[in-house]
Design a protein around this ligand. Sequence first.
Ligand code: NAP
Length: 372
Amino acid sequence: MKCVGFIGWRGMVGSVLIDRMIYKGNFDTIIPYFFSTSQEGKKGPILSKNQNTNHLYNAYNINILKEMNIIITCQGSKYTKEIYKKLRKNKWGGYWIDASSYLRMKKNSIICLDPVNKDIIYKGLNKGIKDFIGGNCTVSLMLMALSGLFKKKLIDWISVSTYQAASGSGSKNMCELLKQMGVIYNNIKNELKDTNYKILEIEKKIKNISLSNIMPIYNFKSVLAGSLIPWIDKKMNNGQSREEWKGQSETNKILSNKKKIIIDGLCVRIGTLRCHSQSLTIKMNKNISIQEIKKIILKNNKWIKIIPNTYSETINKLTPINVSGTLNILIGRLRKMNIGSKYISAFTVGDQLLWGAAEPIRRMLKIIVSNT
Ligand code: NAP
């Protein structure tokens, strides 16, 4: 049975991964070891009948990490950057499964999203590839929704606007959003009790509190509650944010496309807690009916749910709160656009902590455990 080291299991992605693994009985197929960058020596969870210890090991200890057959990390790029090379230099030949972006675009890594690129994953495993990296959350969610159209080579290009949840930046950021909401509410709760409330005065008070130094903005560097932040990740040389750059680069890598499909747009952080949404303008290369498009989309995987393009279905179903904690990939607002018959609009919503992060790497672990 394979020894699997878990790093980053306390964080947003890590805790969803652990929950899913417990639910699917995956811990009974491995011998798990838990590591931490901050809690060495404390007690970790006991999750498997095969577990030898619940000691929390130091996540920077190469000698212990080297004993693992598989390492699965949800700790972040900084950790991967520091540890991965040292391990390989120390002749560690195990499998590295990672939720962070650091190794995603490297030649010797595969971005794993098996409902979309299973063939590439199996080919890679047979060729001896050892690094399997989860994709960017919005990219994986978009591909889960649209890969039927990609596979049939029906897409010319996509223009996208994202609506990304606070938890996409990690647990501290999600807590910060909640604290910001609390500051706002606590400062206006008395005014709200007054049935003759003066709405403009309330709004002005919220603006002043939001821009004052009592608003916690340590993690986001800006106010998210009652506002939004139209920038995610670092700046690229061409004016894109790195999150926007990932859209085209990772999609084409996941699909192993020779002819690159152009994908561009703006990535925006909004004040939802969990689940990312995306508004898409898709330029098709053929004039196909919406009915046919729906059929192709639906056929591609069992998690896709098409939401009819009506007011009541949309507001009751096509929302982050409805998809949170589920594997459903929702797609709605499907219609031909005024721009022309080959242009369609779509709106997708998916749980970025499940299909956007934890689920592809959980499934990758299962594939490695069953096939190597
Ligand atoms: P996170 O929530 O910030 O957790 C990262 C680490 O922070 C934890 O593993 C834990 O490490 C430490 N930590 C410190 N205090 C904590 C506390 N009170 N509660 C929980 N953890 C605490 O990060 P994440 O969002 O899971 O992201 C991990 C990686 O996945 C990143 O590279 C990210 O880009 C990527 N990713 C994230 C998402 C998403 O939606 N969040 C989606 C796709 C990919 P120690 O136990 O070592 O202290």
